[in-house]
Design a protein around this ligand. Sequence first.
Ligand code: TRP
Length: 326
Amino acid sequence: MEKKRVYSGIRATGRFHLGNYFGAVKGMLELQDKYDCVFSVVDLHAITTPYDPKALRENVRDVILDYLAAGLDPEKCLIEIQSLVPEHTELAYLLSTIYPVARLEDLPTYKDKKAQYPKYVNMGLLYYPVLMAADILLYKAEFVPIGKDQEPHLEVTREIARKFNNMFGDTFAEPQSFKTDGEYVPSLTGEGKMSKTEAGSYILLTDSLDEIKRKLASVPTDSGEIGGEVPKSGGVAVLFELLKLFEREDLYKKYEKDYMDKKIRYSEMKEELANIIYEALSPIQKKREEIKRSFDLDNMVVEHTKICREIAATTLLDAKQKMGLV
Ligand code: TRP
């Protein structure tokens, strides 16, 4: 039996932090064993908001290196660079002709970005969900692991698939969003989630022990004399949450007791936590160095692009035939 296809994309905005790792990549590692997966670095989506052209190629490379270092296996899944498969943009154009502008203008993601970058409201930004629909439909993916914020885009994708099928005959399956066991990683600032756009909020997979120590040192804590239950929010909660994410229930319990007894020493807790995090990251970092040294990344990209384009070309031809273009 054919395996079902999974497609997901990550914007090329730089190296992964713990939030990407626990929230998305760990889920991908499980999926690659069960499904026919295509994981993409969506550089064409990344250029719809202000960016540095000089850093873009390097960012794309960093994402691929992080994917592989974290355990994505190029023998098991396809890794795609979106812009190297031009079928994405061609299908996106075709799909754009059957979708109303007004629906796109109404999407919360578009409105948010418009408010965030009032001087950068470009056509690509409005077009973003159509390109995303093309990404998914090009591979006829049935499952799409995404965060909650991307749900409206998947709804657009389903509407487009439905409408296309109605107008031109059965072509696309309607994809479903897919929940992996991703976990929420709080920001080191104690407010909101770990995010690349907030300085001081994240630990990168490539951080050194010193960097991790320095970042943890700035997590806001209290005087250590508060007692009672461990708080559910703020810096102290972040330290406890990290112990959980790194599966140190033993230390969680120990520090929880110290907290309740009002004798917790945060400097000691942070020191211990930094060592735990570094120990967990160091095999990933070693693997990353090894890949950089001895793995032919460029060749992998060429090979995977070739396979991706074959799949993509078949779908595109089918769509063009149905639309009467060929
Ligand atoms: N828009 C997605 C995000 O910002 C990235 C993305 C682009 C994507 N194309 C996709 C995700 C296709 C899943 C499937 O997170």
